[in-house]
Ligand binder design. Structure first.
Ligand code: NDP
Length: 491
């Protein structure tokens, strides 16, 4: 059998049987009817509230505070008080104890957090259970280890805490983004005011319970919920020393403009349009798994999602065939079912955005493929989608869709692959699939992306810095690099 025939060789056809339901129990989680803001270690009664729902069923889950200027003022005041009142001068080894405690508590309560994350955000339980929660705990463990070693991390530079950090996070990885923000900030001796995304506040609010269990001094971490107005109030607050933002490029740019000249430190982790590049010498079946993981993981609500697939022309046909077959085996449905691969779209607004861009793809002439799948009637759903016949100028190849939608393009030479991959305003991540180590290094040197994965995709580790080039933002989270934005240096 020739090499191409071998690659063409069909993956087994999907079987005509279904999985029995395997729902995770909701009983491990108790949700209050209403939540306030967590300020100075206490619950602050909100003046206004809004409803947070489950995107998979549109079922109301709780009422949550809409943070107003006075709530942000109080939270920043509590954070400033805690900073001055001993947190910043606490020995690193003591701060580390709190971080270790938080990490262990997250591990102990992992199931509760995973169920709540899937309920409020729509992601499959197997992802919140096996990815979000272990990584969130790992982040606290990792930065606990740095808390008493800052002087060794930055020799001869005398690192000290920045002060009050304002942190604004998105809805795609609510607890994980919280841990990416809070763990390094506390390890460096800062205090925090954090705003979760409007649609996914519940795990951040449950996290306040972990802070109490860990006996973190009041005011060190404050959580104010609400929409973009609450975020803007944190950004504008004169007593906040540093802003860490993860979200859309549009809001990131606005924040950068707002902060220009204020002297506040800023890190931005924004959008992406990652290239996943597959060469003809790769292990094809492995690459197909990597492509699926790259774009359908978390419904494609991933800033570093491999949303542009570049396939070497000689293997395009067998690869696309295998990919389509693999798509027919993805199970779309109840996020709390342990067999679910693709959960619900996070919100009605995001679903509209995905639909609009997919319609634009069809309009512009790309060929759409969606596997046959029955979507639940209630809730927000979108079938896994592949576009072939895509030109680089199409909106689906240029704009961040943030949904389960893949655009397939082709290339002939490595040079062409690099040129096409870099033809984007973003630069967060990329993937390369080849059996040649030298080619991986050659590509990695030329791809303008903060992370380049080789023969894998969407791998995260707290010790590995993550962040972007160009419109994907600046600053790094994770690793030793992730400490720097939370430190000032007396040279
Ligand atoms: P946003 O950038 O609006 O949201 C990110 C966070 O910022 C949320 O907590 C949001 O609050 C808050 N926020 C909104 N406006 C302001 C403001 N003016 N000042 C300070 N904070 C603000 O993203 P969206 O949720 O609206 O998603 C829109 C698009 O952005 C998506 O379709 C996707 O393409 C992209 N995106 C990218 C992410 C990434 O990780 N790269 C993450 C999320 C979205 P609120 O939740 O109330 O809006």
């Amino acid at each position: 059998m020739s090499e191409l025939d071998r690659k063409r060789d069909r993956t087994p056809a999907p079987q005509d049987w279904t999985y029995a339901p395997a729902p995770e129990s909701r009983d491990v989680v108790s949700i209050a009817e209403q939540y306030g803001h967590f300020v100075g270690g206490e619950w602050l009664e909100p003046a206004e509230t809004y409803e947070t729902i489950s995107p998979s069923s549109e079922e109301p889950l709780a009422r949550v505070g809409q943070g107003m200027q006075q709530d942000v003022d109080r939270a920043v005041g509590a954070a400033r008080g805690a900073f001055a009142d001993g947190w910043s001068s606490l020995p690193g080894s003591e701060r580390a104890k709190y971080l270790f405690r938080i990490a262990r508590l997250l591990q102990e309560r992992a199931r509760e957090f995973a169920v709540l994350e899937s309920l409020n955000g729509g992601k499959p339980i197997k992802e919140s259970r096996d990815v979000d929660l272990p990584l969130a705990a790992a982040h606290f463990f990792y930065y606990a280890g740095w808390a008493d070693k800052l002087e060794y991390a930055f020799p001869n530079r005398r690192p000290r805490a920045v002060g009050v950090a304002g942190q604004i996070i998105p809805w795609n990885f609510p607890l994980l983004m919280l841990s990416w923000k809070i763990a390094p900030a506390l390890a460096c001796g800062n205090t925090v005011v954090l705003k979760p995304a409007e649609t996914t506040p519940l795990t951040a609010l449950l996290f306040c319970d972990v802070l109490r269990q860990a006996e973190l001094p009041p005011g060190v971490v404050n959580i104010v919920t609400g929409d973009g107005r609450t975020g803007a109030a944190i950004v504008e607050h004169p007593d906040v020393d540093k802003i860490a933002f993860t979200g859309s490029t549009e809001v990131g740019k606005a924040i950068q403009r707002q902060l220009a000249g204020t002297g506040k430190k800023l890190t931005l982790e924004l959008g992406g349009k990652a290239a996943n590049i597959v060469f003809d010498d790769c292990a094809l079946d492995q690459a197909v798994e990597g492509i699926v993981n790259g774009i359908y993981f978390n419904q494609g609500h991933v800033c570093c999602a491999g949303s542009r697939l570049f396939v070497q022309e000689s293997i395009a046909e067998p690869l696309i065939e295998k990919l389509k077959r693999r798509l027919t085996t993805l199970r779309v449905g109840d996020p709390l079912d342990k067999n679910t691969d693709v959960g619900a779209i996070n919100s009605a607004m995001q679903l509209d955005k995905i639909k609009e861009l997919v319609a634009a793809g069809v309009e512009e002439g790309a060929e759409i493929y969606q596997p046959p799948c029955t979507l639940p009637e209630k809730g927000y759903w979108f079938a896994p989608t592949v576009f072939t016949n895509v030109a680089q100028s199409y909106r689906i190849a240029q704009e961040e869709i943030f949904g389960p939608v893949l655009s397939v393009l082709t290339f002939r030479t490595p040079e062409e692959a690099v040129e096409k991959a870099n033809n984007t305003p973003y630069g967060l991540s990329a993937g390369v699939w080849t059996e040649k180590g030298s080619r991986i290094l050659w590509m990695a040197q030329r791809l303008r992306a903060g992370v380049v994965w080789a023969n894998t995709f969407n791998r995260f580790d707290p010790s590995s810095p993550f962040g972007g080039y160009k419109e994907s933002g600046f600053g790094r989270e994770g690793g030793r690099h992730g400490l720097e934005p939370y430190l000032r240096f007396d040279e």
